[in-house]
Design a protein around this ligand. Structure first.
Ligand code: MBD
Ligand code: FE
Length: 279
């Protein structure tokens, strides 16, 4: 190919918006007038207070208006919300200490794979090979036969399949079915840090505010078993760039892996276990 399609914020935003619409959590919220009144009034009061305290001008108000309109046009609301707000929602939900945010790039229905498997990847997939292995048990330590470990992550260029052009549909995405003892061994490559697209509204905000645009390299996981609570989490790499300075504020110390080199130095491996609460 002479012309290679470039990754754009608008294309990845549109895909993330589409994904969100199709997988939106099933529970519908009943319009509770009191709750809506309380939350929206407090949000607006906080905004009014900022406008007053900083004497925000008409020019700044118009800049805000035009930026908000553009976020929607770029499809970047999922990105904006998951980077700057989801970590607090996750903390409040306080599901498990092992949990972390889902982010905008989860796609349900990745190919089902046996307990020891290699994630779908290109023949020439770049990156340090990584063996991620462990066991899924209940909090009581009882192995959960046939637990499901869904993993998805970016490639060595920081791109997610289905959200950047030119990648196979399920690249670096899989649904691994653990064995009778709840054990799994997932062969993949180590992802690279993820950069918020610089050519969209979120990128413009980051530049305008003088921030950096990076998340540390991470693996996304959803681990589940019948009768148990789902864990949605992310795992990071000890010493990796941005681990102490994640733009999405989603790193917790217990989520940082320290893989060791394998015997012939052909890659790295790490063991990480999951203990699921009963439903
Ligand atoms: C990501 O890859 C991600 O995991 C989050 C939370 C936000 C933006 C991009
Ligand atoms: Fe991610």
């Amino acid at each position: 190919d002479i012309i290679t399609e470039q990754a754009t914020a608008a294309a990845s935003g549109a895909a993330a918006t589409e994904q969100f619409r199709s997988k939106q959590r099933a529970e519908r919220i009943d319009a509770d007038t009191k709750r809506v009144d309380t939350l929206v009034t407090e949000l607006l009061t906080a905004a009014h207070d900022i406008l007053c305290r900083h004497k925000v001008t008409y020019a700044e108000y118009d800049a805000l208006k035009s930026w908000l309109i553009q976020v929607g046009e770029d499809g970047e609301w999922p990105l904006f919300l998951d980077v700057w707000l989801e970590h607090v929602v996750e903390e409040v939900a306080g599901q498990s200490r092992e949990g972390s945010i889902e982010g905008p790039y989860y796609v349900p229905g990745a190919p089902r794979l046996p307990a020891e498997a290699t994630l779908p990847m290109r023949e020439d997939e770049v990156g340090t090979p990584l063996l991620f292995q462990g066991q899924v048990t209940g909090v009581d330590g009882v192995p959960l036969s046939g637990a499901t470990v869904e993993m998805w992550h970016a490639d060595d260029d920081g791109y997610y399949s289905q959200f950047a052009p030119g990648l196979p549909e399920w690249n670096l995405r899989g649904t691994v079915i653990a064995d009778e003892q709840g054990n799994f061994k997932i062969h993949t490559i180590q992802p690279a840090p993820y950069q918020i697209p610089t050519d969209g509204s979120c990128g413009r905000l980051i530049t305008a505010a003088g921030w950096h645009a990076w998340r540390p390299a991470h693996l996304h996981l959803k681990v589940s078993a019948p009768g148990h609570q789902l864990i949605t989490t992310q795992l990071y790499f000890e010493g990796g760039e941005y681990v102490t300075d994640d733009i999405a504020s989603a790193v917790k110390p217990e989520l940082v892996l320290d893989p060791t080199p394998v015997a012939d130095d052909s890659g790295r491996e790490v063991t990480y276990n999951f203990a699921l609460d009963t439903a």
